[in-house]
Design a protein around this ligand. Structure first.
Ligand SMILES: CC(C)(COP(=O)(O)OP(=O)(O)OC[C@H]1O[C@@H](n2cnc3c(N)ncnc32)[C@H](O)[C@@H]1OP(=O)(O)O)[C@@H](O)C(=O)NCCC(=O)NCCS
Length: 159
């Protein structure tokens, strides 16, 4: 209960900004420490060119999390979500999903689809905690340092 209250009062200090060019370096810095095969700057630049639901969260002038999501027909494809390592388990991830859902409802979308590495149990717990369900497996979808690994496709319907 106390944890939830602390998270809510911290959330009052978050600034939400649409993902844009000047966030790239800080977002890359989080990505490098969060992803075993980090996205290149070029991929993020491509994202910037698309019609996007993406945003960053800023606390005390520092980017503490980002959410990269696109509208694909009548669904939202959540491509990447990440929290600065020192800020994890403090509700930033939940906060970003809430913001994404609000943005989706403004765009008339009610379904989120995503892929997550089979080995990324923390992210799977995080998504399940937020109501996502496993839909299917995409074999050998991801590159790893020494091979390939499956993606689990997860879905949240009817926001
Ligand atoms: C997944 C991630 C975004 C979650 O962000 P976060 O800000 O730490 O998550 P929250 O603090 O909002 O956690 C919400 C709930 O998710 C679950 N959860 C989050 N981290 C967890 C962990 N390390 N172990 C188990 N459950 C966890 C818990 O149920 C948690 O609620 P609780 O803290 O009240 O128990 C974050 O761990 C991260 O950036 N990971 C690296 C990048 C990544 O893997 N992204 C997903 C790519 S598909």
């Amino acid at each position: 209960m106390l944890k939830k209250e602390n998270q809510n009062s911290q959330a009052n200090n978050y600034i939400i900004e649409n993902f844009s060019e000047h966030h790239l370096d800080d977002v890359m810095e989080i990505e490098i420490h969060a992803n075993p095969t980090p996205w290149s700057k070029h991929i993020f630049e491509k994202i910037l060119e698309q019609r996007s639901l993406s945003f960053v969260i800023i606390l005390n002038s520092q980017i503490v999390g980002f959410c990269i999501a696109n509208k694909v027909l009548d669904e939202c494809h959540l491509q990447n979500i990440s929290v600065l390592e020192a800020m994890r388990r403090q509700g930033v991830g939940n906060f970003m999903l809430d913001i994404l859902k609000k943005r989706m409802s403004l765009s008339g979308i009610s379904t989120i689809l995503l892929e997550v590495r089979r080995s990324n149990k923390i992210a799977q717990d995080f998504y399940r905690e937020n109501g996502f369900q496993e839909l299917s497996i995409r074999k050998d979808y991801y590159q790893t340092k020494n091979g390939r690994e499956d993606a689990i496709i997860m879905c949240l319907k009817g926001l």
